[in-house]
Design a protein around this ligand. Sequence first.
Ligand SMILES: NC(=O)c1ccc[n+]([C@@H]2O[C@H](COP(=O)([O-])OP(=O)(O)OC[C@H]3O[C@@H](n4cnc5c(N)ncnc54)[C@H](OP(=O)(O)O)[C@@H]3O)[C@@H](O)[C@H]2O)c1
Length: 248
Amino acid sequence: MYNPFSLEGKTILVTGASSGIGKATAIECSKMGATVIALGRNQKRLQDTFNQLETSGCRQYSVDLTQEDEVKAMLEGLPKLDGLVNAAGVASTTLFQFATPDKIRSIFDVNFFAPVEFTRLLLKKKLIKKGASIVFFSSVDGPVNVHIGNSTYSATKSAIASVARGMAVELASKGIRVNYLMPGQTETPLIHGNSITQDQLEQDMKSYPLGRYARPEEIAYGAIYLLSDASTFTTGTGLVIDGGFTVL
Ligand SMILES: NC(=O)c1ccc[n+]([C@@H]2O[C@H](COP(=O)([O-])OP(=O)(O)OC[C@H]3O[C@@H](n4cnc5c(N)ncnc54)[C@H](OP(=O)(O)O)[C@@H]3O)[C@@H](O)[C@H]2O)c1
């Protein structure tokens, strides 16, 4: 059946596959026909994702992406990739006056240095095929707007958007496309991990024109577009998926 969004025949590696958006992306990619390589840290949650993958040949790796030795060991024996989704990330809410260098470094380690170095190693080892698609996770927080207590998280998301645009230009000659997603608030454990109460979240939802936060699948569908042959002329782009939040 005609379907330019199909991922059949593609091998796609998804980081952050043990939770939230990365989990939904891994599962939805497999529903679209991809062989998925799922990365996470927590083995139990990763196994739960793996159990929901529908295609053959899928693999799972429990890896802390900030640990160079773990990453390098995992790269051995990895198949060549048609797609890479760098979804792993952390959030932390800290007023700027309490954002010490250690706190800033620790969030940059996960949200910036880990996905950048992981991608660089995959490219260096020629594990990313010509014509492949790389997707990073930025956010509307950073490139578009900011919130109180979010300056360092926002900085990581602006930085990853910038590096993705630079990579897009450099890798275009190899036919490798690089794009990034910019979600608004999405219902995952990430938004519940800080000091923000459920009441505050519900109040915030009202500021979204669509009146709610995204479901993880609604962000995963953006990743599917960027991974599929429907987007073969799209590179260096940030795709906002935010229920209209940043239009206001
Ligand atoms: N949720 C939102 O509202 C929202 C909005 C905009 C952008 N984003 C971005 O979307 C991405 C996914 O977020 P999410 O909401 O799905 O978060 P989540 O549910 O908290 O999941 C985060 C994932 O990252 C993994 N991870 C964290 N640190 C890691 C490390 N050092 N090494 C390897 N994996 C690590 C976690 O693994 P374990 O659970 O196994 O430890 C988990 O799979 C993030 O980059 C986030 O910044 C989210």
